[in-house]
Design a protein around this ligand. Structure first.
Ligand code: FCB
Length: 447
């Protein structure tokens, strides 16, 4: 298989459907010496935190090679590019604006717009300034206010050249992985910290929405959440209940306050000392209307009871896994989208991330990434099927444009549709990139 096929009359082939590729600042930019320290710089120095002991100092050297990368994106024929802004590149530790850093994004956005690409800007994709972490990071309510201020600087500079602003990428990961289980920066391990961080992140989202609406009234504004279906390991009532708890704790904890202005009932069942401090007006701020919801989907999770009324995740038994150990289950993607549609009054959706890591072999400059091709094909069909069921999905972004720093996994996991040789920084289109390109070209010609 070397191409993507969508049903002839698929709504995904309509001219206004947006296909894109996505990246994030810390994962690709490099040029560490030209910005302030982020929590990920610090975390990378912790013994055992990053699988290959690497860091983001160089990454894909995107800061130096951005023009070539914009050409690359353009050559794919996509409609849009989803990027993130590095907060510590824009705001200095003393709170002043780094005009060179901000200027970088202004030039980048101008160039993307000149190439008629729609720009999706994420304001926070996990790289909190270390200076703010030193004052408590997301455990400190002030960080939410600082985020609103930083958002104002960015949106005033980029204005409505940006098609869509995203406040946060995956607050679940920032809060839960970063403060509750400690496998992401800043590496804290406390349940109450995880819950408090989650609340302050959501508050930051709400406050930034007000800023974005004021200064960029014609752009679209929303948030990106990650979802993984929570399936029970067995039919036993305890496992079914455990999966329900996991679903509330990991998925609904983030979407429900935004769309319905309240947390899942599970919150009230948590010990008092674990419950976050929520101030009177917070949920109203958090639940202000959003123009769209970004959905990131990679896999499902399976849960069983831990024997103490809580959940524990079990390893997938399927042999169909990516190198992340994530199960390939396109049917779950379809089910997730339809479930969300049935449970919530959803705004328009974008699939803001979807993709897979596999080992890639280069053979005479050719990379036949068949497993990734199949992953994309099956997941594109899942999106199409969900749309046929009435789910309003306006676009799809492949994660990622190119191989990059995969957080705790360092450079050991390749998610790119474009291969990066980290010694030479050479970019090479994999077969999946060529298939994406061919599908977009066909769509263009079919118009
Ligand atoms: C998501 C992140 C993204 C990337 C993918 C594989 O959770 O948003 O940066 O690491 O996973």
């Amino acid at each position: 298989m070397n191409k993507f096929i969508l049903p002839k009359h698929s709504a995904m082939l309509q001219a206004d459907y947006i296909f894109g590729v996505a990246t994030s600042s810390f994962q690709i930019e490099g040029a560490r010496h030209t910005r302030c320290e982020s929590i990920w710089d610090r975390f990378c120095r912790v013994d055992g935190a990053i699988k290959d002991k690497s860091n983001g100092d160089k990454a894909c050297e995107h800061i130096a090679r951005w023009q070539q990368d914009v050409e690359l994106i353009h050559s794919l024929g996509v409609d849009a590019y989803r990027l993130s802004i590095s907060w510590p590149r824009v705001i200095n530790d003393d709170g002043t604006v780094n005009l060179t850093g901000l200027g970088f994004y202004q030039t980048l956005v101008d160039e993307l717009v000149a190439k008629e690409l729609k720009v999706f800007v994420t304001l926070y994709h996990w790289d909190l300034p270390q200076a703010l972490e030193d004052k408590g990071g997301w455990l400190n309510r002030e960080t939410a206010l600082a985020f609103a201020k930083y958002s104002e600087v960015v949106c005033k500079a980029l204005g409505d050249k940006v098609y869509a602003y995203t406040t946060l990428n995956e607050p679940f990961c920032s809060a839960h992985l970063g403060y509750e289980v400690g496998i992401h920066a800043p590496g804290m391990c406390s349940q109450s910290a995880g819950r408090q961080a989650a609340h302050h992140l959501l508050l930051a989202h709400g406050l930034a929405m007000q800023v974005l609406r004021t200064h960029c009234p014609t752009s679209r504004h929303g948030i990106v959440l990650n979802f993984a279906n929570a399936d029970a390991a067995s039919d036993s009532p305890s496992d079914v209940n455990a999966a329900k708890i996991a679903d509330d704790y990991c998925n609904h904890w983030y979407i429900k306050p935004i769309l319905e202005g309240c947390y899942p009932d599970l919150l009230a069942q948590l010990p008092k000392e674990v419950q976050p401090d929520i101030q009177a007006e917070d949920l109203e701020i958090i639940s202000a209307p959003i123009d769209y919801l970004g959905v990131n989907y990679y896999t499902r999770n399976v849960y069983q009871s831990d024997g103490n009324g809580w959940y524990e995740q079990v390893a997938p038994t399927s042999s169909h896994l990516t190198t992340m150990g994530w199960e390939v289950v396109p049917d779950s993607f379809y089910a997730l989208l339809v479930d969300l549609h049935q449970q919530y009054q959803l705004p328009a959706l974008y699939i803001t991330e979807n993709g897979a890591a596999f080992e890639d072999c280069i053979n005479n400059d050719e990379i036949a990434d068949v497993a990734r091709l199949e992953y994309f094909q099956s997941h594109l069909l899942a999106v199409n099927q969900a749309m046929e069921q009435g789910v309003d999905i306006r676009g799809y972004f492949a994660w990622s444009l190119m191989d990059n720093f995969e957080w705790a996994e360092g450079y050991t996991q390749r998610f790119g549709i474009v291969h990066v040789d980290y010694n030479t920084q050479k970019r090479t289109l994999k077969a999946s990139a060529k298939a994406y390109q061919a599908m977009l070209k066909m769509r263009q010609e079919g118009r």
